[in-house]
Design a protein around this ligand. Structure first.
Ligand code: PGA
Length: 252
């Protein structure tokens, strides 16, 4: 049985005080519940502050990005070892906003996957097609490319450190989530493809999250799909009550 995994991606929102408060509300709301794995990914400047709030609780901490080197002259960047140092267990890589607004390509994202794994982080690799690609029947081809390139060099023995987040670009921040059937269809494809790349056993254990306008009122139907193993939540993760309702939907 794959345990559901719900992650809050705060993107470039909150303040130090609001982030600490939000994290505290999530800690309190989740309590000792261990039937869903829960993590929050605050902006870099607030990681240390939120780390204090979640320390010793079941709530995990994640970075929203990393630069694929341990250290060096990379002004403005953050290394995987720094994320570990500040208390992160997770990191998001390949988010569509970074692919499409900041021009990150598959090869660069692959370096991030490998650097994150090498540092001992659990890497959440985001993939997903644009509306144009879906309309052009290219969804599977795009997912195939993003998986093949993103997981290049990732072997079955380390795939346990990878989570895939299927996030159709047209569903992110738009209020138009994929239907549970569309999500299930894409997730089935992802699992099959990862099975070909890394082996069936590793693919069967792989957690595949859905992301894109997950809200309190659609989470249960999405999370009830057999291959939807969790949610990567943007907007709705900024309100504790909404985020906690999604976590509860994962428990059922
Ligand atoms: P959203 O964002 O929930 O606001 O659509 C999801 C994401 O970008 O991870």
């Amino acid at each position: 049985m794959r345990k559901k995994f719900v992650v809050g991606n705060w993107k470039m929102f909150t303040t130090a005080a609001a982030g600490a408060q939000l994290a505290a509300a999530v800690v309190q709301g989740v309590g000792k519940a261990d039937r869903v794995t829960v993590a929050v990914c605050p902006p870099f400047p607030y990681l240390a502050r939120v780390a204090e709030v979640v320390r010793g609780t079941p709530i995990g901490l994640g970075g929203q990005n990393l630069y694929p080197e341990k250290e060096g002259a990379f002004t403005g960047e953050v290394s995987p070892t720094m994320l570990v140092d500040v208390g992160c267990r997770y990191v998001i890589v390949g988010h569509s906003e970074r692919r499409h607004k900041l021009g990150e390509d598959d090869a660069f994202i692959n370096r991030k996957v490998k650097a994150g794994l090498a540092a001992g982080l659990q890497v959440i690799l985001c993939i997903g097609e644009t509306l144009e690609e879906r309309k052009g029947n290219r969804t599977e081809a795009v997912l195939d490319r993003q998986l093949t390139a993103g997981l290049a060099g990732v072997t079955a023995d380390v795939l346990g450190g990878v989570v895939i987040a299927y996030e159709p670009v047209w569903a992110i921040g738009t209020g138009h989530n994929a239907t549970p059937e569309q999500a299930q269809e894409a997730h089935t494809f992802v699992r099959r493809r990862v099975g070909q790349l890394c082996g069936e056993a590793a693919a069967a254990a792989l957690l595949i999250q859905y992301g894109g306008s997950v809200k309190a009122d659609n989470a249960a139907s999405l999370l009830s799909q057999p291959d939807v193993d969790g949610a990567l939540v943007g907007g709705a993760s900024l309100k504790a009550d909404d985020f906690l309702a999604i976590v509860r939907a994962g428990v059922r």
